[in-house]
Design a binder for this molecule. Structure first.
Ligand SMILES: Cc1ncc(COP(=O)(O)O)c(C=O)c1O
Length: 396
């Protein structure tokens, strides 16, 4: 008997992911299709990656054209798509004006590793501490994992690298106590995404900026999930007035290909010299060409205003559903990273939504997370809300 896709996978792939038994064959825009021809509204976007949805013509063109030139030359030589993407990202963020610089890698965790290393290098080991936040998520490699504020993800993997402290999210007093002469950087997600879609308070932002001034520490903003248009702007830290010295990017940056980026102010770049850090594949020309194609589109007012309009529509729709279904609670988040508290087992709701043809994710323990592509239409948001409504009924 033919084994199904899921069985084939679990026989040979590590059980590190809880995968659903779906055999996707192709996608178009906000839609995905499986081998049985079933259609899904993709409000997961490959975990905040597919900003332009699936199979976007501009990304396909960029990948095709660059792959006909060369796919890889290493970082021992400059490559034109990398330079163009860096120029465009710098010009769209405050780092362009500050004569800042870019470092490319392959993923979010790598971008955060680099950010932590650069912050420590800036202080030449005189200040080593990174102050991060509980519930924050920064990646799975040791530095980024040490910065992550979720103990369960570290269990069995100790010891963690030294020099990381965590304070409660939005707890101003705790943060003031934690930051001192040994603090190299305060590291934060402008919106705590994975850990429950938790917005920053005005006060915590003011305090972070003040502490930077008072103590001379750096600020590292992890924009990996919320930046690059998803919050309604290219840079979420700039939108919120966080005076970051280093920002990290990945996920949608590569248009579906693996790509990470660190942007930093000039004073940090000045401390780096050849050999200090590196990666074979980082800033791969095809990934950068794809990323540039995405950036050209998402930086246009049309997409950013769609993010704002669809965000409001989804937020209002979720709030209306919360009035109808007692198991649904408060709506959280901003832009097209929205969540709703859910008293039903979140995994069951996600599975029921999938049955109805809607892909969504979890955040924290009890939040349903919605990450539609930035090009999602009004009709698709309405359809997703109807599917969520029906799904909740099926598990009452
Ligand atoms: C805010 C944030 N930082 C870092 C990461 C790690 O990125 P990657 O999985 O590409 O290593 C993620 C991934 O979910 C994330 O959401």
């Amino acid at each position: 008997m033919k084994t199904n896709f899921h069985e084939q996978d679990s026989k040979i792939i590590t059980p590190t992911y809880a995968k659903a038994n779906v055999d996707f064959t192709h996608g178009k825009g906000a839609l995905l299709f499986d081998s049985k021809g079933k259609q899904y509204l993709d409000f997961a976007s490959g975990i905040s990656v597919n900003a332009l949805g699936h199979s976007h013509p501009a990304i396909k063109k960029a990948i095709r054209e660059q792959s006909e030139k060369f796919s890889h030359i290493s970082n021992l030589f400059p490559n034109s798509p990398q330079i163009k993407l860096a120029q465009k990202m710098l010009s769209l963020t405050k780092f362009g004006k500050e004569k800042g610089k870019a470092f490319f890698c392959n993923s979010g965790t790598e971008a955060n590793e680099a950010a932590i290393k650069f912050a420590r290098k800036y202080f030449h080991n005189n200040r080593i501490e990174i102050i991060a936040f509980e519930n924050g998520f920064h990646g799975r490699t040791y530095g980024a994992l040490a910065a992550t504020g979720q103990e369960k993800l570290k269990e069995g993997f100790g010891p963690m690298p030294a020099g990381f402290k965590h304070v409660e999210w939005n707890n101003v007093e705790e943060l003031k106590k934690a930051v001192g002469k040994n603090t190299a950087a305060i590291m934060l997600e402008p919106v705590v995404a994975e850990g429950g879609i938790l917005m920053p308070s005005k006060k915590i932002i003011e305090t972070i900026n003040q502490l930077k001034k008072q103590s001379g520490c750096l600020i590292i903003a992890d924009e990996i999930q919320i930046g690059f248009g998803r919050c309604g702007a290219i840079s979420c830290s700039e939108l919120f007035g966080i005076n970051a010295d280093i920002t990290t990017w990945a996920k949608s940056l590569g248009g579906g290909l693996p790509l990470g980026l660190v942007l930093m102010s000039a004073k940090i770049a000045e401390c780096l010299k050849p050999g200090d850090h590196g990666t074979t594949f980082g800033g791969n020309p095809i990934a950068c060409a794809a990323g540039l194609a995405v950036l050209e589109i998402i930086s246009k007012p049309k997409i950013l205003s769609n993010v704002k309009e669809r965000s409001l529509q989804l937020k209002n729709g979720l709030e209306a559903l919360a009035k109808k279904h007692p198991c649904l609670g408060k709506v959280r988040g901003c832009g097209l990273l929205l969540g709703i508290e859910c008293k039903k087992p979140v995994a069951d709701v996600i599975a029921a939504c999938r049955e109805q043809g809607l892909l969504i994710l979890r955040a924290g323990t009890d939040v349903l997370r919605f990450l539609p592509p930035l090009i999602v239409t009004k009709a698709q948001v309405n359809e997703a809300l109807k599917k969520l409504d029906r799904s909740i009924f099926t598990i009452l």
